[in-house]
Design a protein around this ligand. Sequence first.
Ligand code: GUN
Ligand code: FE
Length: 436
Amino acid sequence: PVVLRGPVLHFTADPGEDITPAPGSVEYLDDGVLVIENGRVTRLGAAEALLSELPENITLYHYPDKLIMPGFIDPHLHFSQLDIIASYGRQLLDWLNEYTFPEEMRFSDPAYATHMAEDFMDEMLRYGTTTALVFCTSHPHSADALFEAARRRGCRMLAGKVMMDRNAPAALCDTPARADHESRALIERWHGVDRLEYAITPRFAPTSSPEQLNIAGRLAQDFPDMIVQTHLSENQGEIDWVASLYPLARDYLDVYDQVGLLRDRSVFAHCIHIDDDIRQRLARAGGRIAYCPTSNLFLGSGLFDARRAREQQVMTGIASDIGAGTSLSQLATLAAAYQISQLQGHPMTPWQGFYQLTRGNARMLSLDSRIGSFVPGMEADVVVLDPAGSPALSRKAARSKNLFETLFNLMMLGDDRAIHAVHVQGRPMTTSAVSR
Ligand code: GUN
Ligand code: FE
């Protein structure tokens, strides 16, 4: 077995919004031991009690003064946009035309796609993210490249080829029929292979013809358990455009609903400009929201109402949305979400933040029986945080009085320097710990 020792923190339930987490929602061991066999958690307990019971043939990773948590999950990002993060000055629709589509055109070269997929997986792991729901480009080989890179690293990964047949450069457009057969071929090739899952991925209503959205809806019907991912109500110009493209639809969500794309396990990125009625239809159908705070600030899209979504029981995850998002770091994503929550008058607690990155995002992807916590049987994807991992964190760590403060420091000041190590299925990916 593989054994990780050190301070351990995980969530077994939603801690709620209070300064004090809901009873029984958080488990913290200041000298804990996590036992992993065949890539899964078999035991978690206090070092004092457990260590003496373990067999001789263990590989021990000792992380004193660090914080061992379930690997972070990112439920919305674009792997093709890694190199266009922080492109100046435009809102969504101009930003897509000016920066995003030209970059995505480079993925017509399979060698480039492979190179970027490898870089992307390395970068994600370097930032402590072990599972993600990813948009590839419209080129099917971009999805092949990402799945291959994830498979070789043993990661649980969900992704799909973008379906897009209009209002984009011709070189990026497929057709309804091509999107259909390319998606089906990718499903055949990758869905359920190792830890990989295919996701049906129409980019958003403006870049698909009604015929193509119908094809996507048919796919969603043929694979009822499969994730559908798209974008919804991010930007006012986008919303007006959808209204003119689909004059018969009641609203933007209705465009998706009419073709069967609003259903359980449909993930809608952004959902900034929505009302109670739309939230209610999302909640009823089991649709989920990917909240992308750094992206929403960067593109000037607006402030997502996380509290209202919670009140109306719409399952919500928190995501980087690279490359409109400004960092792959899910710690940086929390910092932005905190600042937005302050503007809205109810500061997000670090309990909520770290619950969301782990078990909350797992639940939002319907993966909470596999990842997101350290309950025995869970797949052992782990991030080891360093609460003193940068000069600023180190200063704060010296004064930190309790776990709440340590977590809040990481959430506000953390970046890749705060990621000490990552284990995927128990295996170290990047580590400075000594194995013995
Ligand atoms: N809407 C449609 N495509 C995109 C994209 O690539 N990024 C963001 N932020 N919004 C989108
Ligand atoms: Fe996006």
